[in-house]
Ligand binder design. Sequence first.
Ligand SMILES: [Zn+2]
Length: 253
Amino acid sequence: MYLLYLDGSGSVQNPTEKHFVLAGICVFERQIYHLITETDKFVSSLNLGGVHDVELHGSVIANGKRSPWKGMGRKERLKVIDLGLGLLRDAHWGVRAFAVAVDKHAKPLSDPVEYAFEEICNRFNHFLSRLWRNGEGQHRGLIVMDNSHYEQALQRLARRFREDGTRWGALANLAEVPLFVDSTASRLIQISDLLAWAVWRRYEHSDTRYFDKIVGRFDKEGGVMHGLVHRKPSTEECHCPACLTRSAIKDSK
Ligand SMILES: [Zn+2]
């Protein structure tokens, strides 16, 4: 079984923010323990107190307003995020990243969270289908989400996921409705949060420092990047890896 740990970055309500990002890391069941252990070791090396009391949360570390990040210099805090993303970059080759970056001005777009959720579920499902097609086994997928962000919207979607057979019927490889967990208790949700933050910085602030570190992790096959989606207004030109992949596919048709 493959688990996709999802978390979001950016505010849907805040009109001063242009983007919402939903991102996740996809981990095979036997690799979970290793990645959690590596993350715990990293957190322990920071010497910020009890290892299980310290949560890696991109925006909280970046703004430094809360303990244990309060009092730590900005450069040092950003280094923590950078090293945290290094855990994903250096993880087992089978660990893959998925992300959907939504420009809230894209039309037609009724709900950025809904769009991102549906798109990332489809990408995960296609990844599992591809493994089967390529003779790498028939694996089921399970989505695990942080319950503290966008909780209401995502729980509503999770319910629809269960009830609306037509819409979600195509997601044949998913074993269950998404499960909600507390991010403080899940290191892999925390890594997904850092990933979402890095993608959000890339699109919201054109800050590619963190994104570049993990861009090689997005699910891809034969040079086509399936794991990253950028939904933008159709009139805007964009040269991000997701848009370049889309235009390369269009040109080849
Ligand atoms: Zn783009």
